[in-house]
Design a binder for this molecule. Structure first.
Ligand SMILES: Cc1cc2nc3c(=O)[nH]c(=O)nc-3n(C[C@H](O)[C@H](O)[C@H](O)COP(=O)(O)O)c2cc1C
Length: 409
């Protein structure tokens, strides 16, 4: 269906070439100061036509707040967010009347519904993500004000060009699996410090500038060859409270994976050390506990990616999402028409040669929606528990010991 979340419920609507796209949020807390400008920042980072690395389709994507707030303050009632589609050119896609685009959603939508949008990808198009980004910006604003949460995503690879040391280990079978660590210290420092300003310094949205230039050339090469190329986006969520995530089916990382793999063109998800963590022994991978300055427990390393048992532990949550090369390419491809007649499709129209620079704010938005919903669920549980008298009948080993403040270990 088109709804995501339990307490912070977001429903998106619209197709690539209809009158408008957007979202309705049900469950946003009342009292949040909010303006269209707060949302527009992320809309501008997602919109097409930002650089010669993205589709030239020109949409301003100006967001209009239709309901749910007055005098710049949310009322707790449904918030409707609307963006009018301006640059509509349905005839761009006329070949696809005959041919389902290989690896796009034309065939599967028709198989499923028996009808399909006359042009473009309909609801499978990245146009649908307008509503998610708008809703995510509101979730993010609440998280920032209430808990100082920061969410930063960036492009970590394009094709085979990776930010150094973020790449999966290469090499065939190797008995010597004691080293190296799944991610280098340099990459971990980047995760701990990178800001959106750093990310936006380069049109690729890769904050490692030497790598960014190589990525740019790779995307331009794909475009010149009337081809496309894939990549990965890495995202970090900082200052997230511990205790978020619902055992057993709605674990934090399970909902994160659900959210990320709902973004068009995604092919993979990994949390923390991810698949690289599967290559090292436990003695290297375990995150030993240490006392933090506030007396709480932290971990010396963070291969878990801030989540254990599906519940956040207060460390940074970080994860990586893999995006395929966009399916619509102008290079002629041997394929078949809807009726099975063999032929060749050279798709016309304006398309992204690589989606990852534009996917960055979408990943941030979906991360915010997951964190917001799980925060509201945990807060409602804690608020209900707080109405009960203090626990006095359990042995001390069954409750959290008092915090000893002082020097962090
Ligand atoms: C930001 C963004 C931009 C995209 N732009 C295009 C595009 O220009 N052309 C295209 O064929 N696919 C594009 N896609 C991907 C398609 O929407 C997606 O591949 C298609 O709906 C099929 O779904 P699937 O890849 O998830 O199976 C884009 C995806 C994102 C996230």
């Amino acid at each position: 269906m088109s709804t995501f979340g339990k307490l912070f419920r977001v429903t998106t609507f619209g197709e690539s070439h209809c009158a408008s796209v957007g979202a309705i949020i049900d469950g946003c807390p009342p009292g949040l100061q909010l303006s269209a400008a707060d949302i527009q920042v992320q809309m501008d980072r997602r919109r097409p036509g930002q650089s010669d690395l993205t589709t030239p389709r020109n949409e301003k994507d100006a967001v209009q707040l239709q309901s749910g707030l007055e005098l710049g303050v949310t009322l707790g009632t449904p918030i409707a967010l609307l963006v009018r589609n301006e640059d509509q050119r349905p005839h761009d896609y006329s070949e696809t009347d005959l041919y389902p685009r290989p690896s796009h959603a034309d065939f599967t939508y028709l198989e499923k519904y028996g009808v399909k949008a006359s042009s473009g990808g309909g609801r499978s198009s990245a146009r649908e993500t307008v509503g998610r980004v708008a809703a995510g910006a509101i979730a993010e604003r609440y998280l920032k004000i209430a808990h100082g949460v920061e969410i930063v995503a960036f492009v970590s690879s394009v094709g085979k060009i990776h930010i150094p040391v973020s790449a999966a280990s290469v090499g065939a079978d190797d008995e010597n699996d004691d080293a190296p660590e799944p991610l280098s210290e340099e990459f971990r420092t980047l995760l701990a410090t990178v800001s959106r300003e750093d990310v936006d310094k380069h049109p690729t949205r890769c904050p490692h500038l030497a790598t960014a230039e190589r990525m740019k050339k790779r995307i331009i090469r794909a475009k010149a060859a009337m081809d496309s190329i894939g990549g990965t986006v890495t995202c970090v969520i900082r200052n997230l409270p511990s205790g978020l995530g619902e055992p057993v089916f709605d674990k934090f990382e399970a909902l994160l994976a659900h959210a990320m793999l709902s973004i068009p063109a995604t092919k993979g998800f990994e949390l923390g050390s991810g698949f690289r963590g599967a290559e090292v022994p436990g003695s290297l991978h375990n995150d030993a506990f240490v006392r933090r300055a506030d007396g709480g427990l932290g971990t010396a390393s963070n291969w878990s990616g801030g989540v254990q048992g599906g519940i956040t532990n207060g460390e940074d949550v970080y994860f990586r999402v893999g995006f395929k090369p966009p399916a619509t390419i102008s290079q002629a491809q041997a394929t078949a028409q809807y009726d099975g007649t063999p032929g060749s499709l050279a798709a016309r129209g304006r398309h992204d040669p690589c989606v990852v620079p534009r996917a960055v704010p979408i990943v941030e938005a979906m991360a915010a929606l997951v964190a917001m919903d799980l925060l509201m669920i945990q807060k409602s549980r804690q608020a209900a528990a707080a109405l009960l008298p203090p626990i006095t009948t359990l042995p001390p080993t069954m409750v959290m010991p008092p915090r000893v403040k002082g020097e962090a270990a």
